[in-house]
Design a binder for this molecule. Structure first.
Ligand SMILES: C[S@@+](CC[C@H](N)C(=O)[O-])C[C@H]1O[C@@H](n2cnc3c(N)ncnc32)[C@H](O)[C@@H]1O
Length: 323
């Protein structure tokens, strides 16, 4: 595929993100992750959302939908082996550290943070560290650190497929978000789940070539991706805001939302068909990414491959070929 656009080399990406991420916190706790993915679960009664509803059957109970409840539910459904949670762009790894500081965790979970940097606790004030320790004793200890893969989340190849992949406040920094989402999907186990969440809407930063950022924008690559998922019977949910107090669900707009959940349909892979043509950094250091539209507009920008043509065994070579 000819790209017409040269993506950053790994070294240039690291140099760019070293500057960009110095201005971000990179230190969300598990509770902060939960409220970003499953908004307004702290209310009584709980406020629902499409993404929370999607995730509830995966949890181990009737309480709030949380990542911990999902991981416990996954453990119950698959006893005898640890559940693999991979956090893409996990920053300081605090969410995983918080969970890991609980006693029984290592026997049931394998947690991996994939990030360009080993951020550690550099730059965190001692008072914040004290607050973190008060929240979860042991959270700052070296024994609570999750496994870290220092790599680009866009192209990382995991040694084993994941049960759960999360990306919290990370998608807006990527040069090729469609290829990245496909890479993550392709490395889920059958029926595994991925959650991509930010505080601001992110799909409207992903455009077709030549489209401007205005309220009149037309269809977007992410909308087309989701339509392709629907056509192939792949479960997903998107949420912008949680339900209102009376349980009313805000109207759905596939072009603009904050939270996305996708469940891997057994035997399927995603394949991007179009190259990136331009990436622009805005004042918040978020990336506007433009994709080439398909020549005649007929082929999907992300294709579901399989199940018939699914021959991959999740080996690195096959995955690289798919991506
Ligand atoms: C805003 S921080 C969010 C960190 C964490 N998820 C949180 O919410 O606290 C974004 C993280 O993504 C990482 N990151 C950005 N681009 C990346 C890439 N291409 N590959 C791996 N990590 C990346 C940054 O180093 C940073 O840790």
């Amino acid at each position: 595929m000819s790209t017409g656009y040269e993506t950053l080399s790994y070294d240039d990406l690291v140099a760019e993100q070293a500057t960009v991420q110095a201005e971000t916190d990179r230190g969300r706790t598990l509770d902060e992750y939960d409220s970003l993915v499953f908004p307004d679960q702290q209310y009584c009664p709980l406020r629902g959302s499409a993404v929370s509803d999607f995730a509830r059957p995966l949890t181990d109970g009737e309480g709030p939908v949380t990542l911990d409840a999902i991981l416990r539910g996954m453990s119950e459904a698959q006893p005898g082996r640890p559940i693999r949670w991979v956090d893409m762009g996990g920053g300081r790894g605090l969410a995983m550290r918080q969970l890991r500081s609980a006693p029984d965790v290592d026997s049931r979970l394998e947690m991996t943070n994939v990030d360009l940097f080993d951020h550690g606790f550099a730059g965190i004030k001692p008072t914040r560290l004290e607050r973190l320790e008060a929240l979860a004793p042991g959270i700052t200890g070296s024994e609570s650190k999750p496994k870290l893969i220092v790599d680009n989340v866009e192209t990382v190849i995991l040694s084993e497929p994941a049960d759960l992949i999360t990306s919290i406040e990370g998608i807006q920094y990527l040069d090729d978000p469609l290829r990245t989402l496909s890479n993550w999907y392709n490395q889920l186990i059958d029926n595994g789940v991925m959650f991509v969440a930010t505080d601001d809407t992110w799909p409207d930063w992903i455009r077709y070539k030549g489209e401007r950022n205005n309220d009149e924008y037309r269809d977007t690559p992410i909308k087309h991706l989701l339509e392709e998922l629907s056509e192939n019977g792949i479960n997903y949910a998107v949420t912008n805001y949680s339900d209102d107090e009376s349980g009313g669900r805000p109207p759905l707009d596939l072009r603009s939302f904050r939270k996305l959940a996708i469940q891997k349909k057994p035997g399927t892979l995603l394949k991007v068909t179009q190259p990136v043509t331009k990436v622009e950094l805005d004042r918040s250091n978020y990336k506007y990414v433009h994709y080439e539209a398909s020549a005649d507009g007929s082929s999907p920008i992300v294709e579901v491959v399989g199940p018939k043509s699914y021959t991959a065994t999740l080996g690195a070579t096959t995955l690289q070929a798919m991506n």
